[in-house]
Design a protein around this ligand. Sequence first.
Ligand code: ADP
Ligand code: ZN
Ligand code: ZN
Length: 667
Amino acid sequence: MAKRIANVIVDSPIREPLDYLVPADIEIQVGQRCLVPLGTRKVFGIVVGFSEESRFSKLREVISRVDDIAPLSFGWLALTSFAARYYQSGWGQVAIPALPKFFRKLPGKLHERSLERLRKEKKRAVKEPSEKPHLNSEQSAIVEEFQMDGAFYPALIFGITGSGKTEVYLHLMEKVLLSDPAAQVLLMVPEINLTPQLVERVQSRFPQLEVVSWNSGMAEGQKASSWLACHEGRARILVGTRLSVFASFKSLKLILVDEEHDPSFKSQEGVRYNARDLALKRASIEKIPIVLGSATPSLESYKNALEGKFKLFKLTQRANSNAHLPELSLVDIRKDKPVNGLSQETADAITETINSGRQVIVFLNRRGFAPVVECKNCGWQSTCPHCSTYAVFHKTTGRLTCHYCGWSTPLPKTCPKCGSYELLPIGRGTQRAEEELETRWPEARVSRLDQDSARQRGSASKVLDAVHNGDVDILIGTQIVAKGHDFKNVGLVVVLNTDPQLFSSDYRARERLFSVLMQVSGRAGRDKTEGKVLIQTRYTEDDIFKHLKSQDYEGFAAGELEARRASFMVPFSAQALLVAEGKEISSVLAFLQKLKALAEKIKGPSVQIFEPVPLTVQKVMDIERGQLLIEADNKVEMQKFLNRFQPEALSLKAKGSWYIDVDPLNY
Ligand code: ADP
Ligand code: ZN
Ligand code: ZN
């Protein structure tokens, strides 16, 4: 009789599953976890299949199986397998880190008791569901038309800020959850948007159901308990960030991806997956509907919708009938020269807004006091000794700090090079703007919200609460102030210094700038009184502002798509980056030349290989980095190429530390 051979994946870059004999006394199923020998170690694995024969002659035996929970589903295995192939990594490298730590180790003595504790249902006060607003006609059209009949159904909800997208999500969830007592829903959000307020909003709408959340900041115990509740079907709703695309469900029936354009859905470490794209794949594997939502969809998704690959729904009105669209104007800083960062028109508008008892938001996407300190005498500049970047001056700590590696040193009293006392902060960050605002409006209550001020636990929500309660007159901050907050009394939004992004070498910079400016503008005029937005710029004639003024995402997107089509850019082509790292940039680039030579040999006419170049930020933490850009006519051609290239590149004699980034977002 043929021997039973288990195909097992382990956390390693090996592409194919490993083969192990199953001893007669072990009953094991596909999707169950197990312990197997690998070299001299015992490692954790997942059984993904069985075979009668093996490519290998000498097989070792499975040591033991772990049967504490139901096996992982075929859908889950198919998803992780796809992700591994698409992003050019080992299956186990995707699948095993996607499990909470608790479920990727061998059960110890107390395992059963810990499991019991994890399974304990949270006590929920049985409450009435929170009141739901009567949907407007655009909203209810979506809920009615939306198809949930056991088929893959991708939809894009393009709705301006405050148009009631979240409300539509809640109604779609309700439709799914009430029609099937086992149905589960996954709501994915960017890390920065996963606030306790959002989870609360979902839970209070469905007080009778278990709602769990998942993000990278949670304690291991909490993660394990959320994961298990989804795996065993108790939790009906999971609200989670990027990694939750790999959560295990018993009966997943709907996926929603809010702010689908957000770059944080793309992982920038380990396996560089895009959770939005994998969510689409997951929905197609599970044959369920998926909703992508945004006020400024990614051009990739918008193009798919225009071409009919996604069903396109639009929300064109603010849902709250009291709310107004903000009136946007530009301050030409060539004429109205800023003094300490603020033009006269801006300053007057701030005064007027405060005097009328309304709030001001000042948006400046740069934290710290000054991005660099310079010696007036000899030109010395504060750079990081470990990175090819400036060390940013933070006045709150009195230190120079590198935002890439965290290196930090007290601000020197004199120039380290020439001894001069004339050290000048150059440029402006949020701390400096805060100081300026406090000086000019001494009676106003000024608060700052950025990564530095938000670092202490709970302090961000304290500031946000203060804004909601009217205890803040001026809020200055980075991107964090732009995200989804439903402030009721903001009369003015001021945007400082976004000009550099108009001319970035990154071809997505304009798309991102448009998105951020739309979001931050959306904070004004959310209730009753009108809101105003002032943007200080020296490029008043740029098209981007024309479209912003009329809140015309579609016009903007049409222009950008045309430009991308003309220059054969994504989404009209596909990209992958080979990134290499090392001690010397010369050897990094030399290694990339070897990869390039191999790629040139393998590639067909639909693939183009560029020259190796250093990364924009070449050195981080003393590691030099270079990249090789590959372009293909489309994703299918790219996959064909990478699938041939990757194994050969791995077997190259030349040594080098490198990785592949498929569909990169950063260069
Ligand atoms: P978005 O997610 O598009 O920013 P939300 O769903 O958060 O929008 O809605 C914005 C505001 O409008 C919220 O205060 C919400 O309660 C309210 N709202 C949403 N839909 C309606 C509606 N149909 N009628 C009245 N208010 C609504
Ligand atoms: Zn000097
Ligand atoms: Zn550094």
